[in-house]
Design a protein around this ligand. Sequence first.
Ligand SMILES: [Zn+2]
Length: 344
Amino acid sequence: MRCLLPAILFLPLVACAEPGPEQCLEVVLTGTQGGPPAVNGLAGAGTLVRYGSAESQCNDLQLQFDVGRGTTIRLSQLGLSPNDIDAVFLTHMHSDHTEGLLGLMQLRWHYTGGPVDLVCAADAGLNGHTLSCRSFSEHIGDAFISAGEIAQRREENSLRHEDGPAGLIQLREVAKTTAPVVVWQSGEVSVSAITTTHIPGSLAYRVDTPAGSVVIGGDAGNEKTAPPRSSSTSETVEALAYGADLLVHSAIHPIFAPDGGSTFPAPTYFRQSNAGDLGAMAKRAGVGQLVLTHLIPTLDTPSHGPFSVPGGDLDAASFESAARKSGFEGRVHVGKDLLSVRLP
Ligand SMILES: [Zn+2]
């Protein structure tokens, strides 16, 4: 375990317990699709963090960060059902990170699972619109309620919650914060959050355990949303990631930069962190391993949704070499669904 903490920006979040050889932390990408497109059978964005004894294969605690399309299918490939998830954390209220929550909660409701914590940002405004995790969660089962299914299935099994899937959600809203705050804890596992720049209400998370630490950056980008700036990456994520063993972060390839010959919208490009800058950030923060996910463009495809890739499709090596240009010497993992990294 790496227990370095930033000397200037933030106070330590948790005491660093000695690693026990009997404990392990495993991070599994449950979906690596970048953005809304559906391509090549990839699941939507999500990262599962598992912790526990080595004997249980780190299987004692299951924390799901973002729940993109197809998350329940990926969990099933790990032998997990929605009832096994201990808490869900959302980085932001974009459908590619949230749409799988309906399937997960409906199935949990169907099989009479217990309540589950949902950690996400408090309501945040943008141009007169409100981005609301609260409203999303309260209405998550509405289509099935209005279709009559919830009432009909409750007649078959009265143990199912009378309010439908929304009735199982224990909402834990995170107020906007410029310093990490502990938002969830269980025994020796602690999860902290910090507000980031992407859309209002975006959060990054850090999980600290005696077996290691992992930061989930989400789609965070720099506080300056367009050049000129020193980096496309988020300064708050960098501070949160200081000394972490693993950094899992959405990545866009520089091939989609506005001067690269693609028609990818410049504002969308600029609000993501590019792979080269992520490598540089990982180096500055002393991160052990960098996991690139939510890849734009999708690997091995000539177009990302309607946007063709200049020069043809990219492979994993092209993302890794972009990340390494900074001189980052730690391990770089280029995300594929169900890629897993285990610590220590
Ligand atoms: Zn996204």
